[in-house]
Write a protein that binds this ligand. Structure first.
Ligand code: SAM
Length: 269
């Protein structure tokens, strides 16, 4: 321990991602789609669709005419395509900074848990606005890494106490952008109108400690990548410290929350 660490954000192994945060993103997505309040029959784009958590919710709750999901990860796209056989949905490779769609071809652009991983967010917002018709909606949500995204915050707080070098990887420090002020500014600076930010907090109930810990051993997101980079003894020390720290009920279950910040704005044309 003690070595300086560089962040690694890799996205593969769709099923492992599902067990890590896909299952919690799926609880945030319905609240987000309801908040957007889009008329049925719209054409949607899901940027960074991953394994399809938000796409699936739009199909269930948003009554779209069609939805396209784009993502740079072939693994995640394969899981999304298998999980979402709806003929209104299609998936294709794509990057937020160069969206593979013509100008003004969708009514709504959404993006769940992606913006903080995009190197040039301003370019992404320009692209989102470009492909949205005049009067259409652009909306996104990101985890509240500094507050209510407790499963990750507890992980990193515990890791930082054991391994000071890991502090540079703590997602609350890396993703300071994930706060209402910077989110609002990003959307306003992109020229979107009537920009609003809304907190969404959902319960994350783990059956037992293993249900919390096991996904960190397999998924490809930042915290699991760090957990797997440790030697066996260090990982065991982290596991034990976390088990001591997490609020465990008599039946072994662990009740935390996952919080997100949602932001939306309209394309004035
Ligand atoms: C935390 S996952 C979120 C996936 C999904 N939207 C969800 O809610 O479960 C982050 C996703 O962003 C994608 N991603 C990373 N960089 C991207 C970029 N520059 N453009 C588009 N998507 C990107 C990753 O491949 C991954 O699928």
């Amino acid at each position: 321990m003690g070595r300086p660490l560089a962040p690694v954000d890799s996205w593969s192994g769709g099923n492992d991602y599902e067990n890590y945060v896909g299952r919690w993103s799926r609880l945030v997505a319905p609240r987000f789609v309801a908040w957007l309040s889009v008329q049925p029959g719209a054409r949607w784009l899901d940027v960074g669709c991953g394994t399809g958590a938000l796409t699936e919710t739009v199909l269930l709750d948003g009554s779209p005419d069609a939805i396209v999901g784009i993502d740079p990860s072939p693994d995640f796209l394969a899981v999304a395509a298998a999980q979402v056989p709806d003929p209104r949905a299609s998936f294709r490779p794509g990057n937020a900074q160069a969206i593979p769609l013509e100008d003004a071809t969708v009514d709504v652009v959404v993006s769940g848990l992606v913006l903080n991983f995009v190197p040039d967010r301003e370019a992404a917002l320009r692209e989102m606005r470009r492909v949205t018709r005049a009067g259409g909606t652009v909306g996104a949500y990101v985890w509240d890494y500094q507050g209510e995204m407790q499963l990750m915050k507890l992980f990193w707080d515990t890791a930082a106490a054991l391994d000071p070098a890991s502090r540079t990887l703590h997602e609350a420090s890396r993703f300071r952008f994930c706060r209402p002020g910077p989110l609002r500014a990003l959307f306003i600076d992109a020229g979107l109108l009537s920009v609003e930010v809304e907190p969404i907090v959902v319960p994350t109930v783990f059956r037992d400690f293993d249900d919390y810990w096991t996904p960190f051993l397999h998924a490809s997101a930042p915290a699991p990548t760090y957990a797997r980079s440790l030697g066996e003894d260090q990982r065991e020390a982290l596991r034990t410290a976390l088990q001591r720290r997490l609020p465990t009920r008599d039946d072994g279950s662990i009740h935390l929350t996952a919080g997100a910040w949602a932001v939306r704005g309209f394309n004035g044309g």
